[in-house]
Ligand binder design. Structure first.
Ligand code: PLP
Length: 546
């Protein structure tokens, strides 16, 4: 076998284990699953991340007032190994010490975490690695300097010589600045250094939400010291003004990828005006199967032949997973759901485009289903601490749980454990973002491989997987709207039709069809959306230079 390129993978967050709070959401889930698969297969990948002292906030519910509130807790991890390495990054006019830890647990030993909470740093510096996605611009730049600049210096100190630097999201862009600085220190001109840095860098872009693509005034980058000696004019040539981290990463990479095929179209449109940027190809996200999928369901689906015996075995196993979820929900909320009624799962970050409350658009439609006990819905999700609109969405759902206490529940403090329980034990996984805002989505993949049937808008990964009425359902035909109100009205109408004409009848009147669909759901997704496929595609299409 040819020697594989060595890869340094940079990301602000990693979801390795539910209680190791180094993650916020989907980006971290992807990065954690990627690191696990790389470890499982012995690929020469090193991850660079941050050891967050508090990480992302817990989000709990004030039940009286139906309001979410945030809480931060200091975290201690005894499985981190001290590498003995400390590097220095000059941030906002002073030298900040950055300590390097090695993650060695939960099937991952190739992840290095950077930490400024060490003796010798002033109080502010110690808090740079305090909370994931710091709240203010300068704090964020400081965190990104630790990740990018500190990360490259850590690699040098570790003696790891990457062939490829992979920036997972624009957060890692300052690693590119450090690569340019190194080259200029060896005598290359700025132009040469940029050209040669590009040859080593690949980039993954994530969100079509404009505000999700961070930007900073150029002055801020200069006074924080992120420019590493580059002039304002040189910074502008890379990221524009204000300086956009995604634009910068598109310009400092030789190749980029979007995270699904539809997202490739969306991202190329979104960034079409950026000159001198790398090409954006589509490599669809995937999941680490052992982390998320019940291996017994996989086994039963593999040998599934549509016989009565096969059906019974697959159904019984699903019912075990469903009862586990029902027990879990009861323990957390006191509500006992009914194992014989259709159970819809929905857990998402409470971002407006994900429309958590779409299904409640028309109470006349939903109320009889909920009151008769034909339909139950389990929600979970967090709003960003500063996102009042997102918090309003959570509050709205909490109000609904009060109206239908036996059939609608909300699980507070969404994390990997809740994600795992829901994507195993629900009957249906509902996904209704405004197309094309969902770049990929991975929770639907977890569900699909557990035999939990997707009912989804054609957005993100789903257009690549959906065989309507065979392995799940689509609603809407991929139409897009300029007007949000029009979009919401249309999508609710088609969701309603899909539920009443297809999903409910199949569940209650044609159980055999339902079970066949469960098997098809598992068997049509396990290879295509398993992390091995994604990792190989990263290697074959991005890392290996042809
Ligand atoms: C899977 C997962 C996600 C990502 O799922 P989406 O489909 O992108 O919403 C986010 N958070 C947790 C805790 C998860 O388990």
């Amino acid at each position: 076998m040819r020697k594989l390129p060595k890869v340094a993978y940079f990301c602000m967050e990693y979801a390795i284990e539910s209680n190791v709070k180094l993650y916020a959401g989907g980006l971290g889930i992807l990065a954690g699953d990627y690191m696990k698969e790389a470890c499982d297969n012995g690929y020469p990948v090193i991850g660079i991340g941050i050891k967050w002292k508090q990480g992302y906030g817990e989000q709990l519910i004030d039940k009286e007032n139906c309001r979410p509130y945030d809480a931060y807790v200091n975290r201690y991890y005894d499985f981190l190994k001290d590498t003995g390495i400390t590097v220095t990054v000059r941030i906002n006019q002073r030298d900040v010490k950055v300590k390097v830890w090695q993650y060695d647990a939960h099937g991952v030993n190739n992840l290095y975490l950077l930490d400024t909470d060490v003796d010798g740093n002033d109080g502010d510096a110690r808090w740079i690695t305090g909370q994931l996605y710091g709240w203010f611009g300068e704090e964020r730049v400081a965190q990104e300097m630790v990740l990018g600049i500190g990360g490259v210096r850590a690699l040098r100190a570790l003696g790891f010589e990457p062939d490829v630097y992979h920036f997972n999201e624009g957060h890692a862009l300052f690693a590119g600045f450090e690569l340019i600085r190194e080259k200029m220190a060896k005598g290359q001109s700025f132009e040469e250094a940029v050209e040669n840095t590009r040859k080593e860098v690949v980039f993954t872009t994530h969100t079509p939400v404009i505000q999700g693509n961070e930007s900073h005034p150029i002055e801020r980058l200069v006074y924080m010291g992120a420019n590493l000696g580059m002039t304002k004019k040189q910074l502008k040539a890379i990221g524009g003004s204000p300086f956009n981290m995604t634009v910068g990463a598109l310009r400092l990479s030789r190749l980029s990828n979007a995270v699904a095929q539809l997202h490739k179209e969306t991202a190329n449109k979104m960034w079409r005006k950026v000159r001198n940027r790398s090409e954006i190809i589509g490599i669809t996200n995937a999941i680490h199967i052992p982390t998320w999928v019940d291996s017994r369901m996989l086994e039963l689906a593999e040998k599934y032949d549509g016989s009565a015996k096969a059906r019974e075995e697959l159904w019984n196993r699903h019912m075990k997973n469903k009862r586990d979820l029902i027990d879990f929900v009861e323990k957390r909320t006191g509500v006992r759901l009914n194992p014989d009624a259709l159970l819809i799962g929905f857990s998402r970050r409470a971002a407006p485009y994900k429309r958590s409350n779409l299904i409640f658009t028309d109470r006349k439609f939903i109320e009889p289903l909920l009151k008769s006990g034909k339909l139950q819905i389990v929600f979970s999700g967090k709003a960003h601490p500063l996102d009042d609109v997102g918090k309003r969405i959570v509050s709205d759902i909490l109000e609904v749980t009060k109206l239908y206490p036996n059939s609608v529940v909300f699980l507070e403090n969404y994390d990997m454990e809740i994600g795992r329980a829901l994507t195993r034990g629900a009957d249906v996984w509902l996904n209704n973002p405004r197309r094309p805002m969902e770049a990929s989505g991975t929770s639907g993949m977890k569900a699909a491989m557990n035999g939990v049937l997707n009912v989804s808008i054609l957005d993100g990964w789903w257009p690549e997987a959906c065989r309507h009425g065979v392995n799940g359902w689509q609603f809407g035909d991929g139409r897009q709207f300029e007007d949000e109100a029009q979009c919401d009205a249309h999508d609710f109408e088609v969701l309603k039709n899909c539920l009443t004409r297809e999903v409910l009848p199949a569940y209650y009147q044609d159980r055999n069809k339902w079970i066949d669909m469960m098997a098809a759901s598992i068997n049509t997704t396990r290879d295509q959306f398993g992390m091995k496929r994604m990792l190989d595609e990263y290697y074959n299409r991005m890392y290996i230079v042809k």
